[in-house]
Design a protein. Structure first.
Length: 1120
């Protein structure tokens, strides 16, 4: 409710009440007026509005002025009250205080939003004209240079006059500034702002292509270049435009007027995940008026003097975004941080961030609008922690520091305890942001006994520049005696800021996990080509949080949440766990499909890799253990002070290459190094020379995950893939592993010994994906023969356009009727096999290949679709092995692909919880369907309806219409993940689903309702199989359970033969197997390749896949 009184009348009443009764009189008046129209309202959970310390928003109540003062000065226990310009009585209080002397501390959002950055500085410069405004220290033999507020303002005015004289007013809304940090930098920025224009910082050290892209996207007509950088600037961008320069030697700058040559600004294409149209629309990031902004109001970027600065995002996940920031968006940050940090004229603030990173704006203007001093040093000094610490805390006594956790980690615990966080440290305020706050235990290890620094966690995104929330860490949590391990909240929204948490459907949530959205009525920036944005626009941040009560806790980036070994994993959680390890000074975690999960550690002293891995095994679940651990001297960081993860990945591969170059100097070293790896994987810290030669991997404590790590380290040791090694590791003693690896490590010696004995030497296999160059016996040139004239054939009574052979040798005839070649029956004769081609999928293959053969007239296409644990899904030509297309999905692929009824779409499940439906010809995304957990089950096609049925680890089975892109129904299967693939019976029409909870469920495919279910008591990993009498399923207890379609259990397998069709050259061939359900063993070499084997006679085909056995089914057998 709003009062009907006018602000002027209320202001007069407030002033009279204060003059006659002081604060008590004003409080009494506030209490009376509050009942008329002003009342406290709070908003927590899904929507938090900024201004107070805990995220509540309200107007003045009977707590009156004292509450307002408490909120302003940031008292941890002060009432959460803000003076909001949305309420008449609140504005009246402010107006009343502005009529009274010595009450400049009271502020309101409306007044703040109408103030520009340079006006705020000019206002502060008046009473502090002779105080030091800026200090620049080269940190060498030269003395620091100081400028007073008077000097800064005078130099800014001179630059403003220079620009107004030489620039066209219609083309000066944005002016580039290419320079390094220096004593004149604040004056240059103020001079540009006073034109009025927005400053656009250009990093002199950035790659030319990115700076050119930024300037072109900003459509800059003028760029100011520091005198020392003029030659470099001219030579770097001569091809981009014609230049006309105007030197301003007394200003230390040269003005370039740019005439673009018509070259479009663009960046080289970056690799990234492909997304379907639905996802791009949902994650576009802008939700106009999504939180109650005035639907008729908008913010216009074209108004003169509206913009303060223009930046670009880092571009680590794609092309950098251009962000234009209005004064009204950033000034609330400046005002509120001045209040929270209680910045005084005697404070010294350090500008830790570069100009291209928006926290630099907060550093610069919080200092200069408070009459405080701003300290700057060269970028090179920031790279040397000891030198930087000496400058900040010994020579200049910095009192307020805003930095990233990575920058703080570079100091190291010892240096932090003796400088920044020592007992006598001058540092009064430390604000960490830009990255997740370190674990409290880690931060306490950096802090000396008796340190009194106030510590804040700040959070924000460049798209809503600069910060959105702030939280002060309680002193009790920082005490060295504290054992608190609770996560640090993001804190309360800042002035004018609205923070919301939304689920994937865009609905606000009050509890649980969701994505953060940030905005506010005036907290709006312009992204890329936006010129007008609705007031109150909310921006998606890409950050995931969990809501607990009124607190938000950071979980990680959307792209930092991965599925690993079927379980969700947060990379930030792994990093924080590693930071708690004894002896780890700093840590970073990276993830990639090739290198896996990597942990980089900066050790604080002598530290053994095996010791750290052993500690991690005790602290982390198995799926969170890193694939490799790398010791580094220091973590690389970007110009914005954040961890440079691409640089870490390069360091890792350099590390691997260096180690591989000096791995083995002879056969005699192999046994010793093999024992070292064995010990580090199975019993870290043990004696590597005490491994008995008859030791078995599994009985020594190994499992499938450790097996994979052991395999990769051994192959890294010898510098090549070792075919068949996985099987040997799982079933043979270490002595035989040694012999097997020896043959791979020194093949030339082995071949020489064979030649001496007169034995045949096998040629090296062809390159991955390439066809075997040798001709096939009896086939000149290796060409595939056509159907033999007069041979078995005829016309198929029900011809189809596609024949698909999928998991379990199931054959589906798809699409509309057409005439095609008939199926053939395998004739008598000896069956001989040979490898025809192979394709490298990057990691082990647990999925069965899908073979699709076109049978329509003139259609000779034959494609194999297969996925692997690298996340790749490949489509390959069946006959040649040529790669048609490849997609890298969101996580591992264990699900086998399934072809749609029309043959134009292929569906596959993924560990990231999605079912991907791709176009079979190109691999482009047609649709993505999200389940609630990993999808390892393979889809089953209903040829009568075209629906796909697929299970998920979320314990549901889904019916999907891939043509309409919708879920038809879903059914909870009663308990246990659905790992097995559903099985469909057409007569009667039944769907059978097996779960790891031991349930076999019969479902009506038309309605999605359960018909009957049976509990086998143990998990069902194998997929059910239908036959005319009923359905059979294998159980972990070693039994094969058989049921008729009514759900009655029968004693054994149904009588008669089970006929299965297989596809070969010329069409499907029918193979018969005995009904005893015995599986056959096959000698194989598990690894990352799948092999297509062409038998003799030529019209039959058999396909097998090299698999990675897992701990739960190590005796998994291969059947046909």
């Amino acid at each position: 409710m709003r009062a009907s009184a006018t602000p002027c009348r209320e202001a007069a009443e407030c002033a009279r009440a204060y003059q006659t009764g002081g604060e008590r009189g004003l409080q009494a008046h506030a209490h009376t007026a509050g009942r008329r129209g002003g009342r406290m309202r709070t908003s927590a959970g899904p929507r938090l509005e900024g201004g107070g310390r805990s995220g509540h928003v309200g107007v003045m109540t009977s707590r009156g002025v004292a509450a307002a003062r408490g909120a302003y000065f940031g008292s941890p226990r002060s009432p959460t009250v803000v003076l909001s310009s949305s309420n008449i009585f609140s504005r009246a209080i402010i107006m009343a205080f502005k009529t009274l002397p010595n009450n400049g501390d009271i502020w309101e959002s409306e007044t703040t939003l109408k103030t520009t950055l340079h006006e705020m500085v000019l206002q502060a410069a008046v009473p502090h004209s002779d105080r030091t405004a800026v200090c620049f220290d080269q940190c060498d033999d030269r003395l620091p240079v100081y400028f007073t507020y008077k000097t800064v303002v005078e130099m800014a005015a001179e630059l403003t006059r220079f620009l107004q004289t030489h620039c066209d007013p219609q083309e000066t809304r944005e002016i580039g500034l290419c320079c390094y940090p220096g004593i004149r930098l604040p004056s240059w920025i103020l001079g540009i702002l006073q034109v009025p224009a927005a400053y656009c910082p250009i990093d002199p050290d950035a790659p030319t292509v990115y700076s050119a892209y930024f300037m072109r996207k900003c459509n800059l007509k003028y760029v100011l270049v520091e005198a020392s950088q003029v030659d470099k600037f001219q030579s770097s961008y001569a091809s981009q435009w014609s230049q006309h320069s105007i030197p301003g030697s007394h200003l230390g700058l040269t003005l370039f007027k740019l005439h673009w040559n018509g070259v479009d600004g663009h960046l080289p294409a970056r690799e990234g995940k492909e997304e379907c149209a639905e996802e791009k629309t949902r994650d576009a990031g802008s939700f106009p008026n999504g939180s109650g902004g005035d639907p008729g109001a908008s913010v216009d970027a074209g108004a003169p003097g509206r913009l303060a600065y223009v930046l670009h995002t880092s571009g680590t996940t794609g092309v950098p975004k251009i962000v234009r920031v209005p004064h009204r968006c950033i000034t609330p940050n400046i005002q509120h941080f001045r209040a929270i940090f209680r910045v005084r004229p005697d404070d010294v603030l350090f500008m830790a961030s570069p100009l291209t990173f928006d926290p630099s704006v907060v550093d610069l203007f919080v200092a200069l609008t408070s009459g405080a001093s701003l300290l700057m040093v060269p970028d090179a000094v920031k790279m040397v922690p000891s030198q930087l610490a000496a400058a900040l805390f010994h020579r200049h006594g910095v009192t307020v520091l805003q930095a990233t956790p990575t920058l703080l980690r570079r100091f190291g615990a010892r240096l932090l305890k003796s400088t920044a966080l020592s007992a006598g440290s001058p540092l009064r305020v430390l604000a960490l942001g830009g990255e997740p706050f370190p674990a409290l235990a880690t931060f306490r290890s950096w802090r000396a006994e008796g340190n009194g620094t106030q510590v804040f966690n700040v959070y924000g995104v460049t798209e809503v520049s600069s910060w959105a929330t702030c939280y002060r860490i309680p002193a009790a949590d920082l005490d060295p005696s504290s054992s608190s391990e609770s996560p640090v909240p993001l804190g309360a929204p800042l002035l004018g800021t609205i923070v919301e948490v939304r689920d994937p459907d865009g609905c606000r949530i009050e509890d649980g996990d969701g994505q953060v959205f940030i905005g506010g009525e005036e907290r709006v920036c312009f992204l890329d080509d936006e010129t007008t944005v609705p007031s109150g626009t909310m921006r998606a941040t890409g950050d995931l949080v969990t809501v607990k009560g009124e607190d938000l806790f950071f979980l990680g980036r959307k792209d930092g949440q991965i599925k690993r070994h079927g379980k969700r994993l947060n990379l930030e959680g792994v990093q924080q766990a590693a930071e708690r390890l004894c002896g780890a000074e700093a840590c970073a975690v990276t993830w990639g499909p090739r290198e896996g999960l990597l942990l980089f550690v900066v050790p604080s002293g002598r530290l053994a890799k095996e010791q750290l891995l052993g500690e991690l095994e005790r602290r982390l679940p198995r799926h969170a253990l890193p694939d490799d651990l790398v010791f580094v001297e220091a973590l690389p960081f970007t110009s914005h002070g954040k961890i440079d993860r691409p640089a870490l990945t390069k360091m890792y591969w350099s590390h691997r290459k260096l180690n591989g170059a000096c791995k083995l100097r002879g056969e005699e070293q192999l046994w010793e190094r093999l024992q070292d790896i064995w010990t580090s994987v199975l019993r870290p810290g043990g004696d590597p020379r005490g491994v008995p030669k008859d030791s078995l991997f599994l009985s020594s404590g190994g499992d499938s995950l450790k097996c994979l790590r052991f395999l990769e380290e051994v192959e890294g040791l010898v510098g090549t893939a070792v075919p068949g090694l996985l099987e040997v590791i799982l079933s043979r003693p270490i002595s035989e592993i040694h012999s097997h690896v020896l043959r791979a490590a020194f093949p030339s010696d082995t071949a020489t010994r064979k030649r001496r004995r007169g034995e045949r030497v096998d040629p090296e296999p062809g390159k991955p994906g390439g066809a075997d160059p040798g001709p096939e016996p009896g086939r000149p040139g290796g060409a595939d023969p056509g159907p033999e004239p007069g041979g078995p054939g005829g016309t198929d009574p029900e011809p189809a356009t596609f024949v698909a052979v999928s998991r379990g040798s199931q054959v589906s005839e798809l699409s509309a009727p057409s005439r095609g070649p008939a199926g053939r029956r395998a004739g008598p004769g000896a069956l001989t096999l040979r490898v025809r081609w192979r394709s490298d999928t990057g990691r082990c293959v647990d999925a069965s290949p899908l073979v699709a053969v076109g049978t329509a007239a003139g259609d000779s296409s034959a494609t194999v679709y297969v996925g692997s644990h690298s996340g790749r899904l490949q489509a390959l030509d069946l006959r040649s092995g040529r790669l048609k297309w490849e997609r890298v999905l969101g996580d591992r692929v264990e699900s086998s692909a399934c072809l749609s009824r029309c043959g134009r779409l292929v569906a596959v499940g993924c560990y990231d919880g999605f079912v991907y439906v791709l176009r079979s010809a190109t691999g482009e995304t047609h649709w993505r369907f999200a389940t609630r957990d990993a999808v390892k089950s393979s889809a089953a096609l209903d040829p009568s309806t075209g629906l796909l049925y697929v299970g998920s680890h979320d314990q549901h089975v889904y019916a999907l219409d891939v043509y309409e892109r919708k879920r038809v129904w879903e059914l909870h299967c009663g308990g246990g993940a659905v790992f097995a693939s559903p099985c469909l019976s057409l007569a009667p029409h039944r769907l059978y689903v097996a779960t790891l909870g031991g349930l076999l469920v019969a479902v009506n495919p038309a309605s999605g309702h359960g018909v009957w279910k049976h509990s086998c008591g143990k998990p069902l990993f194998s997929s059910p199989r239908c036959c005319p009498p009923g359905v059979c399923v294998g159980c972990v207890d070693g039994n094969l359970y058989c049921f008729n379609h009514a759900g009655e259990q029968v004693n054994g397998p149904p009588a008669g033969q089970i006929r299965r069709s297989f596809v070969g050259r010329g069409g499907p061939a029918t193979l018969s197997t005995r009904p005893d359900f015995r599986a056959l063993r096959s000698p194989r070499s598990p690894g990352s390749r799948f092999v297509v084997i062409t038998p003799t006679p030529p019209f039959s085909l058999m396909v097998f896949v090299e698999r990675l056995p897992c701990a739960r089914h190590r005796s998994k057998r291969w059947g046909r």
